[in-house]
Unconditional design. Structure first.
Lengths: 115, 110
């Protein structure tokens, strides 16, 4: 069964460093998402991406964050100048069509620890 | 912004009993309502979903009911088992957005 894969599964980084989290969405999907989950809290929407551009972004997704689909298969989340409060699990998701009326499928997450 | 409220935040039941989790939403245009289960250290997994043209959907021990007039939908788990212990999230997607409820931590006590 097709699945969303994410790398790395866990990354530790120094505060102020840049981090890139990578995702390979399900191959025939067109809509891509990043979510964040701080330990013990809800899954928070960061950004959605379609047709090589951002569709929607939340207030969390500020200038520190960026997304890219560099080669037609990978979907990346870049976090610049990481802060302690960026420590969280980051989930990538993909869907075959727009979210209205259609579900999305999640990867297993990338656990980011900023020290 | 977010448009989904979920409760209870925590729920403990004895094995074999039923569990019910409820979500309310605000956007009357929402027409698709999925439920996800998240086990510790894993990503959310879709367990059941319902579209607005039906009022109830069942899959073995899991069912979802939808009341569009009242704008709420509920997850029902019958004959609960220890492996049902997890965090459950509802969602009421809007175009371009897929926001989750706050989650319900379900504990099934053997």
């Amino acid at each position: 069964e097709p699945e969303v894969t994410q790398t790395p599964s866990h990354q530790v980084t120094q505060m102020g460093q840049e981090v890139i989290l990578r995702c390979v969405p399900i191959s025939n999907h067109l809509y891509f998402y990043w979510y964040r989950q701080i330990l013990g809290q809800k899954v928070e929407f960061l950004v959605s991406f379609y047709n090589n551009e951002i569709s929607e972004k939340s207030e969390i997704f500020d200038d520190q964050f960026s997304v890219e689909r560099p080669d037609g298969s990978n979907f990346t989340l870049k976090i610049r100048s990481t802060k302690l409060e960026d420590s969280a699990m980051y989930f990538c998701a993909s869907g075959g069509r727009g979210v209205s009326g259609n579900t999305i499928y999640f990867g297993e997450g990338s656990w980011l620890t900023v020290v | 912004g977010e448009n989904v409220e979920q409760h209870p935040s925590t729920l403990s039941v004895q094995e074999g009993d039923s569990a019910v989790i409820k979500c309310t939403y605000s956007d009357s245009a929402s027409n698709y309502f999925p439920w996800y289960k998240q086990e510790l250290g894993k990503g959310p997994q879709l367990i059941i979903d319902i579209r607005s043209n039906v009022g109830e959907k069942k899959d073995q021990r899991i069912a979802v009911t939808l009341n569009k007039t009242a704008k709420h939908f509920s997850l029902h788990i019958t004959e609960t088992q220890p492996e049902d212990s997890a965090v459950y999230f509802c969602a009421a997607p809007r175009p371009g957005q897929f926001y989750f409820g706050t989650g319900t931590s379900l504990t099934v006590i053997p």
